[in-house]
Design a protein around this ligand. Sequence first.
Ligand code: FNR
Length: 406
Amino acid sequence: QLQIYAQGIFGGVKPAITTDPNKLREQAQKAMSPEAFNYIAGGAGEGATVDANRLAFRQWKIVPRMLRPTVPRDLKVELFGRTYQTPILQAPVGVQSVYHADREIGTASACAELGVPYIMSTALSSTIQEVASALGGGPGFDGGPPPWFQLYWPVDDEITGSILQTAQAAGFEVLVVTLDTATMSWRPADLDRTFLPFIEGIGNAVGFADPVFRRKFAEQQAAENENDGTTATPEDNVAEASRYWIREAFSGDSHPWRDLALLRRHWGNKPIVLKGIQDPRDAVLALQAGMDGIVVSNHGGRQCDGAAASLDMLPEIVDAVGDRMTVLFDSGIRTGADVFKALSLGAKAVLFGRPVMYGLGLGGKDGARHVLASILADLDQTLGLAGVKSVSELNKTNLRRVSYPG
Ligand code: FNR
């Protein structure tokens, strides 16, 4: 924190987050192509849920305590029996090659350097192995936080099993299954412009590299060509293979809850986390299905427009299952104070989405690193100012709910 502060005061390098999160967004907008920026910044529909996600944080205020020991500060958290250096995780974000040439490798390296756990998206524009090596190695990942793998859950069980096997073999330890994206939402900013690079990029590496996906694609192509002897690979027809992948991953329908047993079979006794939970009843179902954790998330307001702010659902969900499973949180976090509030309301750790992608767009790996370092510094400072030494101390008594008219 001191380093960031000193750089800001003496070196003219302003911390990306503490100055103004809106400024970071504006700078990214200037630096990036309109398609890439719109894809990151955009929300579903009229943006009502994107707005709500931010407004909800304003309804909670920190109540600082005085004359308490606040150093050395401790940001460590315990998740699934492991100690992590920070309560902030990098949220899964797809097709990063569209934002900067450093792509997932840049973001993953920045996270590894700061000890921030990286959640690798299924919609990769790198290979699983490239990301694994950027995170510091193969199975075991000496020293660094164990890497997490996010699954867009294919319809075909055989493809699902094969992808999970590859992720496990590459050393990924925690499985995050995103449930809120079986149907893709309307995102006006993307529809106003061509969406094609993303459609063609989605799932590229994970889907295309997967042996079962490749076999099924070849079979499908052969059937369509009436067995004229063609042995098609996804690379032969990227557009068609992407469409096949998108139908698998965003089929328009959901798996039933009982299908979670299949994921458990493939992932063994390692942690499985369901991302996209907003209703306490679903949190209870996740617990009953033997899941280890949930991410209370509305996908950053990118899916169901008009949905409640993710933060507004957190307290009820923590009340329902917080003592029996690990509750994580995302959607709308921009500052250290936001992290403080989500942790005080019972989240064990939080995921951070768009800001890091603005950093990546602005400055590749170094830009992503600067944004992450800034939010960690901001959190550290907030704790100090509020009279809190360790994130594990945070609870509801650190906050007051307010409601200002207008
Ligand atoms: C996402 N998100 C996402 N989630 C996921 O499970 N798999 C994915 O591939 C992606 N891809 C993705 C791309 C982009 C550009 C964004 C902005 C978001 C959602 C992400 O993990 C997270 O839930 C939100 O970004 C959190 O909200 P904030 O922090 O962006 O407000």
